[in-house]
Design a protein around this ligand. Structure first.
Ligand code: TMP
Length: 220
């Protein structure tokens, strides 16, 4: 249990291009409309320093971090983010919505890059100071559809960082996510997004979030 936590911590997970950013914004807006104090943030990032680490990680520079360095950079960004932003917001009783958190590290650096899962779990625990999400939405789409979206959305990005790792990498990450969800069915809700309109997915998210928050169901 994270010390001093009073609020509610929601994370959105899934491979790139599954619609997390759109849904996170909609969810934040819908919860605010109901009078809740909401903080919307993302990983890697959320503070100036963590955003700088994000740039280092996501831009294709001349020197690529080795997998262990990559893992530790994500962990460093998380430590900063939890200490400066997420922890204080939860202590103040806010609902924190974060795009990606520790599950991303297990899925990408663990299942994707094949670093040791137990070591990652320990590093995640240390980096987050023991903080774990109360509720996680896992966005699931066929990788073929994801690949198409990535290229449509941002051909430059699709053409370098993500493409550099390839579709097979995304497949491994996706399978990893499903294993994580199987192991924690109460916390991780898998959202099958294939063919579903944005609004339908949002209604599902909102209903589940409100139930967990003890605010009752409903949408809109
Ligand atoms: P996104 O915020 O646009 O999804 O990009 C973040 C990228 O960083 C995404 O490809 C997943 C990756 N990532 C990791 O590999 N490990 C992590 O722990 C986190 C938080 C993100």
């Amino acid at each position: 249990m994270y010390q001093g936590k009073k609020g509610f911590f929601i994370t959105l997970e899934g491979i790139d291009g599954t619609g997390k950013t759109t849904q996170a914004k909609l969810l934040a807006g819908n919860l605010k409309k109901r009078g809740l104090a909401v903080l919307l943030t993302r990983e890697p990032g959320g503070t100036l320093l963590a955003e700088r680490i994000r740039t280092m990680l996501l831009e294709l520079g001349e020197e690529k971090p080795v997998p262990l360095a990559e893992l530790l950079l994500y962990a460093a960004a998380r430590a900063q983010h939890v200490a400066k932003i997420i922890g204080p917001a939860l202590a103040a009783g806010m609902v924190v919505i974060c795009e990606r958190f520790s599950d991303s590290t297990l899925a990408y650096q663990g299942y994707g890059l094949e670093l040791d899962l137990e070591e990652i779990t320990e590093i995640n625990r240390i980096a987050a100071g023991g903080l774990a999400p109360d509720l996680t939405f896992l966005f699931h789409l066929e990788t073929e559809e994801v690949w198409r979206r990535i290229r449509q959305r941002d051909p430059a990005r699709g053409g370098d960082r993500i493409e550099a790792r390839g579709r097979a990498f995304l497949e491994k990450v996706q399978q990893g996510y499903l294993k994580l969800a199987e192991a924690a069915p109460d916390r991780i809700k898998v959202l099958r997004c294939q063919g579903k309109p944005v609004q339908e997915i949002q209604e599902l998210l909102l209903t589940i979030a409100l139930e967990r928050l003890g605010e009752g169901g409903g949408n809109g």
